[in-house]
Design a protein around this ligand. Structure first.
Ligand SMILES: NC(=O)c1ccc[n+]([C@@H]2O[C@H](COP(=O)([O-])OP(=O)(O)OC[C@H]3O[C@@H](n4cnc5c(N)ncnc54)[C@H](O)[C@@H]3O)[C@@H](O)[C@H]2O)c1
Ligand SMILES: [Zn+2]
Length: 361
């Protein structure tokens, strides 16, 4: 088992290892005396892993309540959040009980937000079941829901008490869902780890059923450790945590423009390529970086272009939360493994995106 210790407003461990999901009861026992645990999961994940987690908790003497909601981003809303809160109240959950988010980023964000506001904060544990949630959303304490006006517009910082990551559960992910996680891992590579980028770039890890799980586990640890280092320095996202936004500003624009038909991971892939192109055109990045990223995306079954116009992508990206006054802070790659943040005036964005979406010479 690998362990990454995160030190933020609270300290907690991220445990990574095959088979851990079956031992979650024993692992939770290290956190709390047997109490009540609310397992929150979407319908798909509940039917795959709900009983396994339930049994492990019961075996160690925890008493379990389960809340299930329909899978998909559309559930990350106020209505489901309200239902979870009412469920906890009906079940008379107290501050000495615990919430367990079992699922992908949608479940983690929803259950984490419920844990942040129920009784002004109860402990919660994450068991990420998508690769994206494992390397990104389950660590760092950002929780939240979408509003009609946009994604992640309401939320809270609330760190989990523990994260249990069992790579065995990725076996049941579709190739497409798995690749959404690879997109985020490539992001970490471009941000600060050329070796990680190179390992992933050839596409050897694009299929959860055939890839080298030992090597994957090691890379998951690398990504989590990188996020841990950033979160430790800037938990509340006022400074260097912005680096994690690499590929995300344009990615969010693309996600929004597609009315969320393009998944987060795929939109980030396109955003990553476009920002590398923009960096290359503006001579911020060394030549060839965009082509290198494009190849890595292609080898991993990920897209690098979309059918939207530059103006539509720029406009949709302008509402990004990272906007400050008339400028948006973009993370630009300089070379694989090194990036910098440059504020771009909103007026100059459309031209930048147009340039990025123009044909490669
Ligand atoms: N809080 C953060 O820091 C943070 C960071 C990145 C992304 N996010 C959020 O995460 C969300 C995206 O996360 P996601 O891609 O995990 O989405 P998701 O939770 O919707 O999971 C994707 C799909 O995979 C299914 N699934 C999950 N685990 C499975 C498994 N092991 N086997 C088979 N199917 C499984 C789910 O039922 C769902 O249909 C977005 O809402 C995004 O905003 C949050
Ligand atoms: Zn992301």
């Amino acid at each position: 088992m690998r362990t990454v210790t995160v030190t933020a407003s609270s300290q907690y461990q991220v445990l990574i290892g095959k088979g851990l999901i079956r031992q979650c009861g024993r692992l939770l026992e290290e956190l709390a005396d047997p109490c009540r645990v609310a397992i929150i999961a979407d319908d798909r994940v509940d039917s795959l892993y709900g009983n396994i987690v339930h049994a492990s908790l019961m075996y160690e003497g925890f008493s379990v309540a389960r809340f299930t909601f329909p899978h998909g981003e559309a559930s990350k809303n106020l209505t489901i959040l309200g239902e979870i809160l009412e469920f906890l109240a009906e079940q008379q959950f107290s501050r000495s009980d615990m919430i367990l988010a079992l699922g992908g980023g949608v479940t983690g964000d929803l259950a984490g937000f419920a844990a942040a506001v129920y009784l002004r904060g109860v402990p919660f544990v994450q068991i990420p079941t998508t690769l994206l949630a494992a390397v990104d959303s389950s660590v760092g304490g950002k929780t939240g829901i979408d509003l009609k006006g946009g994604k992640n517009l309401a939320g809270a910082f609330h760190q989990p008490a523990m994260v249990i990551c069992d790579p065995d559960v990725f076996q049941s992910l579709s190739e497409e869902e798995f690749q959404n996680g690879i997109s985020e891992m490539l992001k970490y590579g471009v941000l600060g780890d050329p070796e990680l980028f190179d390992k992933l770039a050839g596409g050897d890890f694009r299929d959860p059923k055939t890839c080298d799980m030992q090597a994957l586990e090691e890379m998951i640890e690398t990504c989590i450790a990188m996020k841990r280092d950033i979160v430790a320095k800037d938990e509340f996202d006022t400074g260097i945590r912005q680096f994690l936004n690499l590929g995300h500003t344009l990615g969010h624009g693309i996600e929004k423009e597609s009315r969320y038909q393009i998944s987060h991971g795929r939109a980030v892939a396109i955003g990553l390529y476009l920002i590398a192109r923009a960096a290359e055109r503006a001579e911020i990045a060394e030549k060839g970086i965009a082509r290198q990223i494009r190849r890595a995306l292609e080898n991993n079954g990920l897209p690098w272009e979309c059918a939207f116009t530059p103006s539509a992508v720029a406009k949709a990206a302008m509402n990004d939360k990272k906007r400050r006054g008339g400028k948006i802070h973009f993370v630009f790659p300089q070379k694989i493994g090194s990036c910098r943040i440059i504020p771009i005036p909103v007026d100059a964005m459309e031209e930048m995106v147009e340039d990025a979406m123009s044909r490669e010479e």
